[in-house]
Design a protein around this ligand. Structure first.
Ligand code: KIV
Length: 266
């Protein structure tokens, strides 16, 4: 349980960078899970558009809509007492224009209770990030492997263009982002960026030198047996636990063992 139950604010991210205090973040998509993560003291709940792959069973995040993100973020934000809730802006909810980005980000804050939005892209998105921040909406940026660019990258690949990624991280910090996710970049590069920029870096597949770490919940809980990213440590095998519980339920119903007398209304 967290020792400090005060709700996390955007100011804490800046303070934690200064103190060298590691930031923890997990994705969340629903109320009961978000409650458990919040109670465990996770600093930041990310309603990621990994919703598309982790929850909806899609191959990419491209099909996720703004309305779907809002539906899930609202449940997560209702559960969070201490954790800071960030909601992804999904594909094509911000790329078309700055007014579109402000409207989409504004809907997320107004309709869900999230405290910030996340935007993929570095140099090419810096002006958009600036516009959203100027509208008083905190932005977490996301550079390196940005899953919404999967078609342009030609797949989900480690990003190794060191100078371009450093420029991206600097650009989003200058544009006013309060933190930046570094996804699938070499550990040395992530550590260099972390030392170079004034905002916290939250790594995923980016080594131990970042200011914090984020994982997709379904990866760390072992919920999907056909997807096992190399960088995601499994803290549980819930896929096996669910299969085992369902198989026992099947067997109990078919054998007449469930429901027992005491488990029925009279
Ligand atoms: O959508 C998501 O869950 C994310 C994390 C992988 C950082 O962007």
């Amino acid at each position: 349980m967290p020792t400090d139950a005060r709700p996390v604010s955007v100011l804490d991210f800046e303070a934690w960078k200064g103190q060298g205090r590691k930031i923890t973040s997990l994705t969340a998509y629903d109320y009961p899970t978000a409650r458990a993560l919040d109670a465990a003291g996770v600093d930041c709940l990310l309603v990621g558009d990994s919703l598309g792959t982790a929850v909806q069973g899609r191959d990419t995040t491209l099909g996720v809509t703004l309305d779907q993100m809002i539906y899930h973020a609202e449940m997560v934000a209702r559960a969070a007492r201490r954790a800071f809730v960030v909601c992804d802006l999904p594909f094509l909810s911000y790329q078309a224009s700055r007014p579109q980005a402000i409207r989409s980000a504004g809907r997320i804050l107004k309709e869900t209770g999230s405290k910030a939005v996340k935007v993929e892209g570095g140099v090419r998105m810096a002006a958009t990030i600036r516009a959203v921040v100027d509208a008083q909406i905190p932005v977490m940026a996301h550079v390196g492997l940005t899953p919404q660019s999967v078609r342009r990258f030609g797949g989900f690949k480690v990003q190794r263009q060191a100078e371009a990624i450093r420029a991206d991280a600097r650009a989003v910090a200058e544009a006013g982002a309060f933190a930046v996710v570094l996804e699938c970049v070499p550990a040395e590069l992530a550590a260099t960026i972390t030392a170079e920029i004034p905002i916290p870096t939250i790594g995923i597949g980016a080594g131990a030198g970042c200011d914090g770490q984020v994982l997709v919940l379904h990866d760390m809980l072992g919920l999907l047996d056909d997807f096992r990213p190399r960088f995601a440590r499994r803290y549980a095998e819930l896929g096996d636990a669910v299969r085992d519980a369902a198989a026992r339920f099947n067997a109990d119903v078919r054998s007449g063992d469930f429901p027992a007398e005491s488990e029925s209304f009279r």
